[in-house]
Design a protein around this ligand. Structure first.
Ligand SMILES: *Cc1c(COP(=O)(O)O)cnc(C)c1O
Length: 392
């Protein structure tokens, strides 16, 4: 009911609103992705790399001190312990394996903060694929360490010079580049966004997260379903992975957090559900932040990974149907949660992940509630922001 339908829609959201020039590329993927990723040889290779390269399964950790503070049973799904520091590698491995089976030799990707670019450059090095990453010129300045990582891994980083010189411009450049080389190139999109089949394909690669949560909860507390599963939502891939195997179980409440930036009543926000309206962005019908002419409004969040003006169509559907509850979490609340998690559990989270914890004080939890929070990434990349934000 909450999965994609055969036409590529989640309720009224999703689809593939693409220019004719891109039809061949997307259609090839649509026709082949399910048979490839369900094949035994794919599964064997994917599972091997998840276990021995990424380091899966990632732990599910009972956060005793946090549980005391929020008066509930809080468990952390430790995606921050994945190789390269976040969940994104689950998807880039899956798509790179798929690209190889389609006979592609060249990978392109867009990146904002550089995290998806690094995860893509990593798997391209591993699998001997040529890698070109498009990145807004402004983001290249802001995220210089990740640019250096990509280059060290052998990728070419191409600055996007148009528009606001940020993520959406990099995405446009990547799409344009893909059109010009449909035969040799695969475009690895980094979240559950873009035209069908990307949102479904990426959700499937990330669904290993909720698969593991079910097994780990069963072992630890004797039941496979939590009362709540909580994740931050940028495009929505870590959330889609954490929600995936719980979507059709109404006993599990689904909670997402979006980045409110300076607040949803300001113009400096990335809360596409709270502030957005229905439109089309990057090939998908979804909720996005736009002006009265349908032009995209530049988002703001302290966290570069949540700084996207749209949201994956699955989440727009969960929001519209009421299946999911979405809270807006400000920059200031996220910083507060990052400090709290560091000092209660000894885990410095990514700024994106810190937003997930911002749901806890808003949730009206009961002491027996079992809550799984998806800790999507580690905070190393955010230390400069933390240093600028706190007086120690
Ligand atoms: C990129 C990123 C996100 C946001 O992307 P989603 O597709 O919404 O998951 C969240 N957390 C971390 C650590 C990230 O690097």
């Amino acid at each position: 009911m909450y999965q994609v339908n055969p036409n590529g829609f989640y309720g009224t959201f999703g689809g593939a609103y693409i220019p004719e020039m891109l039809y061949a590329n997307v259609e090839e993927l649509r026709q082949s992705y399910l048979s490839i990723i369900n094949s035994e040889s794919f599964k064997t290779e994917f599972d091997y790399l998840l276990e021995h390269y990424v380091g899966r399964p990632t732990p599910l950790f009972f956060a005793a001190r946090l549980s005391e503070i929020f008066k509930a049973q809080i468990y952390l799904k430790r995606e921050d312990l994945c190789h390269t520091g976040a969940h994104k590698i689950n998807n880039t491995i899956g798509q790179a394996l798929l690209a190889k089976r389609l006979g592609k030799t060249r990978i392109i990707a867009e990146t904002g903060a550089g995290q998806h670019g690094v995860a893509t450059a990593t798997v391209c090095a591993l699998m001997n694929l040529e890698c070109v990453v498009f990145m807004g010129e402004k983001d290249m300045e802001r995220q210089a360490p990740n640019v250096a990582r990509m280059k060290m891994l052998g990728a070419t980083v191409v600055p996007a010079l148009s528009g606001s010189r940020t993520l959406k411009d990099a995405t446009n450049e990547a799409i344009r580049n893909w059109m010009n080389d449909p035969v040799h190139t695969h475009y690895i999109i980094g979240s559950v966004v873009g035209p069908h089949p990307y949102p479904d394909m990426v959700a499937r690669f990330q669904s290993v997260i909720s698969h593991e949560i079910k097994e780990q909860l069963t072992r630890q507390i004797g039941r496979s379903n939590p009362d709540y599963v909580v994740a931050c939502v940028g495009g929505g891939s870590n959330a889609a992975g954490a929600f995936y195997h719980f979507l059709d179980n109404p006993n599990v409440q689904i909670v997402g957090t979006e980045a409110a930036g300076m607040g949803v009543d300001t113009n400096f926000t990335a809360a596409s559900l709270a502030k957005g309206s229905v439109g089309i962005i990057h090939g998908s019908k979804t909720m996005l932040m736009q002006d009265k002419y349908g032009q995209i409004v530049e988002p703001h969040s302290i966290s570069a990974g949540l700084d996207y003006p749209g949201i994956g169509p699955l989440h727009a559907h969960l929001f519209e149907t009421g299946r999911g509850k979405f809270y807006a979490v400000t920059d200031a609340q996220a910083l507060e949660m990052a400090l709290l998690l560091s000092r209660t559990e000894g885990i410095i989270p990514a700024l994106e992940s810190a937003h997930a914890f911002g749901a806890l004080p808003q949730m009206n939890l009961q002491p027996t509630d079992v809550v799984v929070v998806n800790l999507s990434g580690r905070g190393d990349k955010d230390m400069q922001t933390y240093m600028n934000s706190f007086e120690w």
